[in-house]
Design a binder for this molecule. Structure first.
Ligand SMILES: Nc1nc2c(ncn2[C@@H]2O[C@H](COP(=O)(O)OP(=O)(O)O)[C@@H](O)[C@H]2O)c(=O)[nH]1
Ligand SMILES: [Mg+2]
Length: 382
């Protein structure tokens, strides 16, 4: 486990080194410019070069290496500057020690010094400058239900009835006081009639109706905002992840604000795969998401996610993306609010029917990702 944790720092460390090389090149270039073309004293020029490189490295590390959402630039920059200055002082001290006192060949002394300072700077920035304290909020309120289950539904007359029966049975069998909220989103088939009829047989089944289709994201949001449970689960109308998997997620919700089902972990059980075109889109999408938006999460798109009441309300109140990009956005918001997120392997039975239109929805989701990134940069989620 320790080895794994260490390995996770490998990529950030490589990125940190790359940023360091860029910073040093800029530093040298500025010193050269100032001395040769503007007649600066080399010591003064070195000072400017240092400040410039610190600022440049700061931005690259904030947005690329460590991806910190905080927009308190002044505080972060001062911390980063302090770490860099301390690094510089250590450099001088070690050079004095290695070269003057121990008589080590000066280039070797410099190599040793650089290595030590690099590791010091990396660790100090990782665990101090850009360190985020994750939080877990569990307010000891009295809730009307233990669990709210939010199901977005768009023309689901074929699939929803069975799912509702399974969920109702599960709640009864496990003695869970739950409410089920179906958000029918401009459905033009018999979804509304069907669900309404079932409210006679199923306790605490509610139907929220959107007259026009607004998207899965918008629907989950409206369902979450009216939920009254201590925990809030979103799941798909086709029961792709069987409701029994709630028991797996529940184990982690005692210590995490957000627990998400995952199809890509070692113990995930994916039965009946999606068509290969869909898998391809999913993989490419995931790569883009991991590279540009959120790392450390393997499956952002699984429709089975559990939140504490407080986390769900805080996250979905800030939700802006209305269609399929909303999953990623919810996780981005959770991260920028410093919630602890954990992935749990679940089973997943692909249903042959799908509302996802591969080309149209993939393109729309791509634009949503850009929109999320812009919101993140401008601090709109905080
Ligand atoms: N409210 C709402 N739900 C939608 C919309 N599109 C898809 N869904 C729901 O999202 C869930 C997953 O959709 P599904 O067609 O199974 O997609 P897939 O599993 O990703 O192929 C189902 O519960 C759908 O009814 C939409 O536009 N509005
Ligand atoms: Mg499905």
């Amino acid at each position: 486990m320790k080895c794994k944790a260490l390995f996770r720092q490998f990529f950030p460390f490589i990125k940190y080194c790359i940023v360091g090389v860029i910073g040093t090149s800029i530093d040298l270039f500025i010193v050269y410019l100032l001395v040769e073309f503007f007649g600066f004293n080399p010591i003064v020029a070195a000072l400017f070069g240092f400040l410039f490189a610190v600022t440049n490295n700061f931005f690259l590390n904030k947005f690329w290496t460590f991806r910190v959402a905080s927009t308190n630039y002044r505080k972060l920059w001062i911390k980063f500057f302090l770490v860099s200055s301390t690094g510089l002082s250590i450099t001088l001290l070690l050079m004095y020690l290695f070269w003057e006192i121990f008589g080590i060949y000066y280039l070797l002394a410099k190599l040793l010094t650089s290595g030590i300072v690099l590791i010091w700077n990396f660790l100090a920035n990782k665990f101090w400058t850009f360190h985020i304290k994750e939080r877990f909020i569990d307010i000891p309120e009295k809730y009307d239900f233990t669990l709210s289950i939010v199901i977005p539904a768009f023309n689901e007359e074929n699939r929803i009835k069975n799912t509702l029966i399974l969920i109702d049975n599960f709640l009864k069998k496990n003695n869970i006081l739950g409410e089920i909220i179906v958000v029918s989103d401009g459905s033009t088939d018999r979804t509304n009639t069907l669900v309404r009829a079932m409210t006679d047989d199923i306790d605490n089944l509610r139907l929220v109706v959107h007259k026009k289709n607004k998207g899965k994201g918008f629907s989950v949001k409206s369902g979450v905002l009216v939920s009254k449970g201590k925990y809030i689960l979103m799941t798909d109308a086709d029961n792709s992840t069987p409701i029994e998997e709630y028991n797996l997620l529940r184990k982690k919700i005692k210590t995490h604000g957000v627990v998400i089902g995952s199809r890509y972990l070692k113990n995930s059980r994916v039965k009946r795969k999606q068509p290969s075109s869909r898998i391809f889109i999913g993989r490419v999408g995931n790569l883009l998401i991991r590279f540009f938006i959120i790392d450390n999460i393997l499956d952002t798109q699984c429709g089975f996610k559990l939140f504490t009441h407080h986390a769900a309300k805080e996250i979905f109140a800030r939700q802006k993306v209305t269609r399929f990009g909303f999953d990623v956005e919810a996780l981005v918001i959770a991260k920028s609010l410093n919630y602890k997120i954990v992935e749990v392997p679940v089973s997943w039975f692909n249903s042959l029917e799908s509302r996802f239109r591969p080309i149209r929805d993939a393109i729309q989701t791509f634009f949503d990702l850009i929109y999320i990134k812009l919101n993140l940069w401008s601090g709109r989620y905080r």
